[in-house]
Design a protein. Structure first.
Length: 194
């Protein structure tokens, strides 16, 4: 008569199953199936490269065009890009996805960048005023006052790296794209430094 203990001794121990079987390791050596403890899969760690230009999205709108089957929706993005060292630009991008629209707007802003001539204290030489559409903006130097501005004008001046100025919107228009373009137009009126 056979005892039940003999049957269990004849089978292989549970911990030593083959690599391909259920419950075993996924590769030949145990413990090499998943990622490493530090979260990397192997190879050299990737270093994140700092972009050349900082950017800030000032407006995102969902727009639609009417086609025979109905409406097709997409996103329109307005952003300001600059290096905070005198270069700044405004760009528009439109796409079905917001991330793609932002990258298009970034490329457009880099293409339309201007170089702002600033003083040694990163201010402007004299008062300037500009009008674009129905938007009017006045920017004047204000020593030791920091950056006093609002709306999209502030973002343009920040990304251009301009300090110690006072900017005022002289119109009722709240259109951020037009305000940003007006600020850019005002900054182009400054004399070019040699």
């Amino acid at each position: 008569m056979e005892t039940p203990t003999n049957k269990t001794n004849s089978s292989a121990p549970r911990g030593n199953r083959s690599a391909g079987g259920p419950g075993g390791a996924r590769s030949g050596r145990p413990g090499t199936g998943g990622p490493r403890r530090d979260g990397r899969r192997g190879g050299r760690p990737t270093e994140r490269v700092k972009p050349e230009y900082d950017h800030k999205v000032i407006d995102i709108r969902r727009v639609a065009r009417v086609v025979s089957g109905g409406r097709r929706f997409s996103f329109s993005v307005v952003l300001v890009a600059g290096n905070k060292k005198g270069k700044v630009g405004v760009g528009i991008g439109k796409a079905g996805d917001t991330s793609l629209a932002i990258s298009k707007a970034m490329n457009n802003a880099i293409k339309n960048m201007i170089v702002v001539s600033t003083t040694k204290t990163n201010s402007i030489a004299h008062e300037v005023e500009a009008k674009f559409g129905s938007s009017r903006v006045m920017i004047k130097p204000a020593p030791a006052h920091g950056l006093v501005a609002g709306s999209a004008t502030r973002i343009v001046l920040e990304l251009a790296g301009i300090h110690d100025v006072n900017a005022k919107v002289l119109s009722k228009s709240k259109n951020k794209l037009n305000l940003a373009r007006t600020a850019i137009l005002a900054l182009t009126k400054l004399p070019k430094t040699k």
